[in-house]
Each structure stands twice: as structure tokens, then as C-alpha cells.
Design a protein around this ligand. Sequence first.
Ligand SMILES: NC(=O)c1ccc[n+]([C@@H]2O[C@H](COP(=O)([O-])OP(=O)(O)OC[C@H]3O[C@@H](n4cnc5c(N)ncnc54)[C@H](O)[C@@H]3O)[C@@H](O)[C@H]2O)c1
Length: 439
Amino acid sequence: MSQMKQFDNIPSTPGKFKMEKSSPYIHRLRWHSSLVKLTFWSFVFLGMILMFLYKSPPSTSSSSSTPDPSRRSLWTPSWGGPAWEKRVRSSARVRSRNGLCVLVTGAAGFVGTHVSAALKRRGDGVLGIDNFNDYYDVSLKRARQALLERTGVFIVEGDINDQALISKLFEVVAFTHVMHLAAQAGVRYAMQNPSSYVHSNIAGFVSLLEVCKSANPQPAIVWASSSSVYGLNTKVPFSEKDRTDQPASLYAATKKAGEEIAHTYNHIYGLSLTGLRFFTVYGPWGRPDMAYFFFTRDMLKGKPIPIFEGPNHGTVARDFTYIDDIVKGCLGALDTAEKSTGSGGKKKGPAQLRVFNLGNTSPVPVSELVSILERLLKVKAKRTVLKMPRNGDVQFTHANISYAQSEFGYKPTTDLQTGLKKFVRWYLSYYSGGKKSAQ
Ligand SMILES: NC(=O)c1ccc[n+]([C@@H]2O[C@H](COP(=O)([O-])OP(=O)(O)OC[C@H]3O[C@@H](n4cnc5c(N)ncnc54)[C@H](O)[C@@H]3O)[C@@H](O)[C@H]2O)c1
């Protein structure tokens, strides 16, 4: 009988005990099992807290004064920690005498990659930041990142709206300059995704300037505006003195807003600001959403390409500017940028505020661009002539560059034929053998 009782106490299911309710042994066991449960759940809870802390960026003194409104940092890739800071410092280390220490935003972009590489080559310290958005083929941005990594440039993955991250970067490195190239580019995409323009070109710019104005010392800022600010009714060649209050697209309007915002931060906080109005930049590692790039892709695939014409069969032409000339302009603007005058968010005196055209000064009809590509690719294009849609593009661009010429000796030297030859060579080798396909 007693043996039976012992067997009765052996659970039929592991973990379950058959016991008499009133036994003191039962109380002890219940108490014991509650303690085990409590300990177990405490560990789970502690684990969750640790995971949360690990995923969140470290809070900084500057970030607490400039909270990140979007709280993106909770779900963007993590940053921070000694190893990360070491990479940031090493990338930004200046290696030449009197070299600059530059934060390049949009560093995985077309212009950002070329400017970062050029700065690094001459011994400046360079740190990149980019959010690797999927506006166009992300693998191309990743390939540019790999290219820069080989030259010692680290691109931090993050959004310029993340003030906690940008503040942290300024805490780790005393940047002397910011080359701000991160933006939502492209004119037509604004009809599909207007808020991306507001996010990157307006909110993002303000967010960056907020951190710069509070940085100690304040950096000098050079940023990309666009020839599109000239809008619909400007006579060519476009001069910086022309009115720019009739933007033809949301993209242009956000770039124009950037110029006004720059004026405000210069006026109130003494930030040194230089805007560069780029004119249709092209070249190796270019942007797949631009005509010269997708014409090349579609011509090689035997697909028809649209060629727009203005009213009364008017020619559509662009002042195509080769990337190396744009890079020289960016470096010239950085080298002649004066120091910001404020500190700790307070203006101490008047600061430099400039806007320059960076173009090529020789517009080429788009039909001529196609003819050059035909010769270089040895392919006959299937041209479809269409009326230019009213989606924000202008018919003609032509830069007057005399101001940039006088201030920092800007002088473009690459004609379209020469520049496209270099682009086509790159394109064929990058997409060779069908290893990668142009999207
Ligand atoms: N390429 C041209 O012909 C041209 C002409 C006029 C003006 N611009 C201006 O020059 C600059 C560079 O242009 P690009 O041709 O190299 O364009 P791009 O799209 O190749 O580069 C921009 C980069 O910024 C990044 N980015 C966008 N929003 C961001 C954000 N919120 N936070 C962090 N990164 C962000 C993108 O991922 C991209 O890599 C842009 O400001 C553009 O408007 C270019």
C-alpha cells in the first residue's frame, strides 16, 4: 500500500505531481515552484531590457537637447560602441597638412562617392553617411560603398533626420566641413512620392543644420542645390542673379526652399553656407534614373527610347556636366569656404553665404546625346519622339559659371563626347557578362 502511494506520487506527465492538497510537503513544493517561475520570468524580463538597450543608440548630452522626432533610431541598424567609434575616427583622420575634416552626406550616391574619393585622395579626413534608400538600385549604392571602403572611407548607415546619430558623429569627430549631398533627387518621381522630397530635402536639411549650429566648433557647410531652381521663365544662360521663385517641380521647390533655409541659418546662427547649383551631372557610377544612363541600358536591350520635344518641335537641351568637373567645383567651394562664426548655437558675427552655378556652359540637344551614344555603343537607337510632359522638366538649361570661375577658378574641361566615352566604358565593364543587370 505504501509502495502504491509512492507510485501514486510519480507524475503521469513529467513535471506534474499528484499530491494531496493539505500536505505541508505540497506547500513547500508550491513555494519552490513559484520561486523557480519568478526567477525564470525575471531572467526573461532582464533579457528583454538588455535587448532594448542594445538596439537603442547611446544617449548623448547633445542628443538630449535635440530629440529625434522620428525615433527612427529604434529600428534603424544599430550604431555606437567603441569599435564603431574607432572606425568613424579612423575614416575622418586628416592625413595631409592643413587638410579638411569632412562629413559627406549622401556618400553612397553618385556625386557623394566621387567627392569622397577625391577628398580622401588628397589627404582630407572623410566620413560618409547615407540611408541607402531604394529610389534606385541599392546594389549600385552598395558597390560604391565597397569602392570607398577600399580607399579607407567609412559610410555610416543612417538618415540625416536622425539628430541623435548626427550629434554623436560630431561628438566623436570635430568636422571642419560638411559636404551635404544627401537628397531625394529626380524631377518626375515627385509625382509618385512627394513626401520623400520633403523628408530628405527640407526636414533632413533642417535637421542637419540644427546639429551643425550647435556643434562646437561649427563646421562650414557646402550643399547641393540644383539648376532646376531657375524654373520656367528664366532666360539663358542662367545666372545666380536671376529670379528663382517660379519652380517647375516639387523637386525644384524643395531645392529652392533649401536655399532660403540656408539664408536663415546663416543669418541667425552664423553658419558659413555655400550652395552649388549642379547642371545635369553624368559619368561613371552615375544614376540609373537619368536619361543618359537608361538610354544606354535600353539601347543595348534594343528597346525604344523616348526623346522629348518642346512646343512647336522645340529642341530639348541640357548643359551636361561631367562628374570630374563637378568634383573640382565641390573641392573649390570647400577650400574657399570661410569658417562659421557662431559657437554653441550663438552667432558671433556675419558669416559667408554663397550660391554658385556649376555647369558646363555648352548645352547639347538630347537628340545629339543619343547620336553620341549610338556611335559609342555601336547600336542604332529606336527613337520615339514625344511631346514633353508637364511633369516639371524644363526645355533648356545653360549655366553662366563666371561667379564660380572668379571665386575658385572653376573651369569645366570635359566635353560630352569625351565624358560619355568614359561613362560607356565604365557601364560596359560594370554590367559585363550579365553578371549584374541594369534595372
Ligand atoms: N546628379 C545630378 O545631375 C544633379 C543635378 C542637380 C542637383 N543634384 C543634387 O546633387 C546631390 C547629389 O545627387 P546625386 O546625383 O549624387 O544623387 P544620388 O541619389 O545618387 O545621391 C544621393 C544620396 O543621398 C542618400 N539619401 C537620400 N536621402 C537621405 C537621407 N534622408 N538621409 C541619408 N541619406 C540620404 C541616397 O541614398 C543617395 O545615396 C543631390 O542633392 C541632388 O539633388 C544632382
